[in-house]
Design a protein around this ligand. Sequence first.
Ligand code: HMG
Ligand code: MG
Length: 295
Amino acid sequence: MKPYVKVVEVGPRDGLQNEKQLVPAATKIELIQRLADAGLPVVEATSFVSPKWVPQMADADEVLAGIRRKAGVSYPVLVPNVQGLERAFAAGVEEIAVFTAASSAFTQKNINATVEESLARLAPVIEQALAKNVKVRAYVSTALGCPYQGDVPVSEVVRVTKALVDQGVYEISLGDTIGVGTPKKAREMLRACADAVGMDKLAAHFHDTRGQALANVLACLEEGVRVVDASVSGLGGCPYANGASGNLATEDLIYMLHGMGFETGVNLDALVDTAVWMSGQLDRLPASKLARVKR
Ligand code: HMG
Ligand code: MG
């Protein structure tokens, strides 16, 4: 049996949250359904953050309530606070993702709180979600560097990761928010976190700002990670991290994983069609190498 890598598709959320043109809810819903139909086991659907901070995600309620859910597929949504959790509950959420970072310089800009304040703010979110049998994933941003602080000590990434695991989240996605990492650094950071919480609790979330994402993922796969986040067509960027480009493109990741003998459950042709379709909706070329070859 081939070894399995779980690919977490974050395009509808991470990919679109920074998009300047307003994408209609119906297009987002179609994107999510196409991605699930292409075989992605997890499709992060949207984000229940403040619409004052991220206007593109103001339709989260409509999007989550509007998707036709496929059996066996998870549709987590980003939740920053109890207010967001209540909106997500009302839209029928089954899984959430909370988020903070390893540097307060970043969290101050992204969520208007220090790291410590954010952990305290997230505690009731995690507790109330788990009480309703809603699964909780978490992100630790700036795991390989911060746009405001620069270097981030690995010890801080480990500390925040451990704090979130202690609060009951089942998986931590380690985010290179601005794509500054390189493979050696990614490997060392991952290994330190795995020593603290176990590799089975970790996921890799790399933005491709400096063209390092696929190399970083390869280093992390060699280290033993088996959950990787990616964004269809390489869409995206964080609105509170200047210059952050999209995540690693899902189709480029899947191409590499299949070539290495990993099973993903994803139909690459259907995924590339979706990448080309979505780029057309945004009136631009796909950012991925593969979709450009096949277009
Ligand atoms: P704040 O301004 O400190 O909070 O924002 P507040 O409680 O004072 O609320 C301000 C206003 O927003 C109020 O409205 C609230 O009701 C409303 P007003 O009274 O002025 O009319 N509000 C909300 N409305 C709807 N849903 C909510 C909600 N919360 C407050 N949930 C807050 C604090 C955390 C809310 C804000 O900073 C925020 O929403 N930030 C989110 C920023 C964001 O989404 N960033 C991108 C996601 S993170 C990312 O991309 C990184 C990741 O991909 C990993 C990686 O790459 O590293 C995950
Ligand atoms: Mg991200």
